[in-house]
Write a protein that binds this ligand. Structure first.
Ligand code: F6P
Length: 570
């Protein structure tokens, strides 16, 4: 099923203003602990399963008539407006969902996260990306140590270094001022920084971000750059990721050819948790910006991973504002009651759509071109985190979890995949319309306000007929509507609100994982692909270097690999 962050639905009962909704009248059974260890065996989950049948008969056009319901489904916090009234849900649905959140121990799990407990059990690690944006005076303890001073040591180092690069006092080996910066990374070491960096872009670019090992990408990144005036930032949490390390070696060779080995210290720096490997790569540890294993790759935007490029490009003030925005949401997430807690509500809406309405696809549609990299970043945050088939303790899930995210800036999406959302799929839920209302965005805003209703109401045969549409065209021009969406409105798009938006999405994903009972902080599926690629690499080398026969693969892989190797030698 597809949902639009903001709308979709089936209809059921007539909902009149002030009238009762049948499905909501269902009694909420008292909750008890799940017998099988999966949340799906809890009473709260079963209550929702029974409740959902009633929801399938409801239509959004009816639900939207109930002003009291709509008022209850709009929340505001620190300038952020969330409107989820176009969800296929009644106030009773939210009562059941909140009961589920309590049953799953969401509040307790949030506390454990902020307390530095090792909630990433399969890797035996704490999950403390919130500590990255904590004010200097905060205390956040992990394994008996307050980590906030360490975070601020690195922040101070980023400030100092970025100011030197920006002011021209950090010069290259030949004494020239650095004019270009290339940051190399992949996954969380690329997508998050790219999202934040693009969102704040105003025109002149100093920093470029490079991810792929495709030689074309490296060539494009280096096009027009002079090694004497270029700084390369290697961004890798592990400092072992093949794609990044290959690109890093290419860049190092490119630099050495002009500035010599001794010049590397002026032209190459690293962001990593693995300072030992940084040193072995030949970089001065003084030129390394550390972070910690309690920061997951996809949650690392607020570490030096994202902040170093931001600071070099936009200055450290912006970095501060970005962190303050994220911390504002962190504090809300930690302290607000579940029923008013925006990330918790967002997480519950996802659970409802994915596990109960069976709408696992979600379109993310920012009505702001600056947020063009939001969807790719959230794809990783959400799908790598919650694309799991087993619970934290290894039991196969017996319900749908994880969602399929995609998206484009809003109006681009309208001219692309919206047709399918309007007429074909009911499997997509709520495209999140994220928007910033600033005056010269009126055209964008018109679309922002129009789309959720177009999706919710659709168009009937009678309406089409009344518009004078000929009978043969009417089937093409009618839409059942009832597509759910939710809207997030930002007061403006600046470093502060960008930090808020990032933290909202990060916590939303975490809430989903807390409720589904999965580990949102590991990625063993990705690791499997990495180790298989390692095996192929060894085989390729033996064929190339020693002329050995390829063995150990199925027919298809053997054929393709041989074909590839043959092609290379033709
Ligand atoms: O895609 C898998 C992954 O491990 C991500 O979680 C991570 O963000 C990315 O690879 C890059 O890893 P690293 O920062 O260690 O190079």
């Amino acid at each position: 099923m597809f949902r639009k962050e903001g709308l979709t639905l089936y209809s059921l009962l007539q909902v009149k203003s002030g009238g009762n909704i049948h499905a909501c009248m269902q009694a909420c059974r008292p909750c008890s602990s799940p017998a099988t260890g999966l949340i799906s065996s809890s009473i709260a989950w079963r209550n929702l399963r029974e409740h959902v049948d009633g929801i399938f008969d409801l239509h959004l056009k009816d639900l939207l008539q109930d002003e009291r319901r709509c008022r209850d489904m709009i929340k505001e916090y620190d300038g952020i407006v969330l409107d989820y009234s176009r969800q296929r849900a009644t106030s009773c649905t939210f009562k059941f969902l909140l009961a589920l959140a309590k049953e799953a121990g969401v509040k307790e799990k949030i506390d454990m996260m902020f307390e530095g407990k090792h909630i990433n059990k399969t890797e035996d690690r704490a999950v403390l990306h919130v500590a990255l944006r904590a004010p200097r005076t905060e205390k956040i303890v992990c394994d008996g140590k307050n980590v906030v001073p360490d975070v601020w040591d690195v922040l101070d180092k980023i400030k100092c270094f970025s100011e030197r690069v920006r002011s021209g006092s950090w010069v290259g080996q030949t004494g020239k001022v650095l004019k270009d910066v290339v940051a190399i990374g992949i996954g969380g070491s690329y997508l998050g920084p790219l999202f934040a960096y693009t969102a704040l872009q105003t025109g002149a670019e100093l920093v470029q971000l490079l991810a792929n090992v495709d030689p074309i990408d490296v060539a494009i990144a280096l096009n027009g750059l002079c090694p004497e005036t270029t700084l390369v930032v290697i961004v890798s949490k592990t400092f072992t990721t093949q794609e990044t390390m290959l690109n890093a070696k290419t860049m190092r060779t490119w630099l050495i050819a002009s500035v010599g080995k001794e010049g590397i210290a002026k032209h190459m720096v690293a962001v990593s948790t693995n300072l030992k490997l940084v040193k072995e790569f030949g970089l001065d540890p003084d030129n390394a910006f550390a972070f910690w294993d309690w920061v997951g790759g996809r949650y690392s935007v607020c570490s030096a991973v994202g902040l170093l490029p931001l600071a070099i490009q936009y200055g450290f003030n912006k970095v501060n504002q970005f962190l303050e925005g994220a911390w504002s949401i962190d504090s809300h997430f930690r302290c607000a009651p579940l029923e008013d807690n925006i990330p918790v509500i967002l997480g519950l809406i996802s659970i409802w759509n994915v596990s109960f309405l069976r709408c696992p696809a979600r379109a993310i549609l920012p009505y702001s071109q600056a947020l063009q990299k939001l969807a790719p970043h959230i794809q990783q945050v959400s799908m790598e985190s919650n694309g799991k088939g087993v619970s934290m303790d290894g039991r196969p899930l017996d319900f749908h979890a994880g969602e399929i995210d995609f998206g484009e800036p809003g109006t681009n999406g309208q001219h692309s995949f919206y047709q399918l959302i309007h007429q074909v799929i009911t499997a997509v839920y709520s495209p999140t319309h994220v928007c910033e209302p600033i005056s010269n965005h009126d055209e964008l805003m018109c679309n922002f306000f129009a789309q959720p209703d177009a999706l919710a109401y659709g168009k009937t045969w009678e309406q089409a007929k009344a518009e004078g549409i000929s009978d043969d065209l009417i089937p093409h021009k009618i839409f059942t509507g009832n597509r759910p969406s939710l809207n997030i409105l930002l007061p403006t798009l600046d470093a502060y609100t960008l930090g808020q938006l990032l933290a909202l999405y990060e916590h939303r994903v975490v809430v989903q994982g807390f409720i589904w009972g999965i580990n949102s902080f590991d990625q063993w599926g990705v690791e499997l692909g990495k180790s298989l690629a390692g095996k192929v690499r060894l085989s390729m080398n033996s064929v190339r270097m020693k002329g050995e026969e390829l063995k150990g693969y199925n027919y298809s892989t053997t054929y393709l690999l041989n074909r590839y190797l043959k092609g290379k030698t033709l």
